[in-house]
Design a binder for this molecule. Sequence first.
Ligand code: S3P
Length: 427
Amino acid sequence: MKKGSILGPAKSVRGEIKLPGDKSISHRAIMLGSLAEGVTCIKGLLDCDDCNYTMRAFRDMGVPIDVIENYTTILGKGLRSLRRPAGPVNAGNSGTTMRILAGILAGQRFEVMLTGEPALSGRPMNRIITPLSLMGTYITSLNGGYPPLRMMGGSVKAIKYDMPVPSAQVKSAILFAGLYSNGVTTVTEKFKSRDHTERMMKYFGADVRVNGLSVSVKGARELKSRAIEVPADISSAGFFMVAASLLEGSKVKIRNVTVNPTRAGIIEAMSRMGAHISIDNRKELFEPVADITVEYAKTKGITIDESMIPSIIDELPVIFVLAALSEGRTVIKGVKELTVKETNRIESMKHNLSKMGAHIKTSGSNVIIEGVKELKGASLKSFGDHRTCMSMAIASLAAKDESVIDDVECVSKSLPGFFDILDDLKG
Ligand code: S3P
């Protein structure tokens, strides 16, 4: 797919797919594998731009990481074993890399700069600077609260921290830093965000306790290396789930997807909208996984409350698309966090969907979408954002005529094979 790609309407999508590994779990597997002692073997690590930045950062800090086909082997040398990199650590356009890595670097005794691509310089970093500073780390932004960051870790104090915004990246940064303290660090959220860090830290032998909306971690001497199989990413699955739900005659089965309740908001929201979803073959590894099948169904608008937002945050753009073609009104409450993703996703989706004839407006931090009977083709913009791009590709399948979208290469941030998978499903 090249710049100015044409996206045509499709009659239906049908088939069975196996999607690449979950992005959030892949980042954490690289991080914990690098900090554990011994060989961690990962099957199905996601090969995408963001995870590759995380992998490069650890290689630059002296961790041997080998990738052979679908298997990644990491020779971890311990929590305090990272070496000062020769230059700045480049997080690319990955907020997850920069924010969680800062928590790990809080425990390393060297000075380091964290930089990224220009697109990353719009991502707020005070949300990690504040708690990590409270933990005794020297960490500062060279750009008024945005990247690049300069930091010097070493001795970490355990803290109790109430998070002002529900964010798994911030929670994870604090928990990783907490591993380097002498005490127990506790983070409390207003609403539960994805818990992959808690689960995987426990799996690697850390003393992690969860009590409702609070998570505590005890300072650790060492983590044990493990074998990990990364399940398919529900955020990638979401695009194909919505496509199958929208197009008459469709049926798509997606195998081995993470159905972790802190990520499964899309299943709940689509089901309440009337989508035809079945979940089979549930397995409980260190993450719960299952096969998800979605068939075409007529859908209706619903209200999504703020408490549910963290479990559906990355799938909201494609939910906007479904809502645009569902009967009645969808109200999504308290979605301010969507404005600080790879782009302002409320604005990017509103711009594109409005051009296609959808009725979408904002009121404070709420988004209100009135369903329409059909969308028309239009000239669309990805805004360099993978999820805006893929969501609009799904909207174009359901439109009555062709659309054109710019800069589709951005899908490589999380799902480089997106357009090929879509072509296969279109048959
Ligand atoms: C992620 C957490 C979420 C999510 C992002 C991945 C993670 O971000 O939107 O795509 O892997 O921890 P926030 O922590 O900013 O909510």
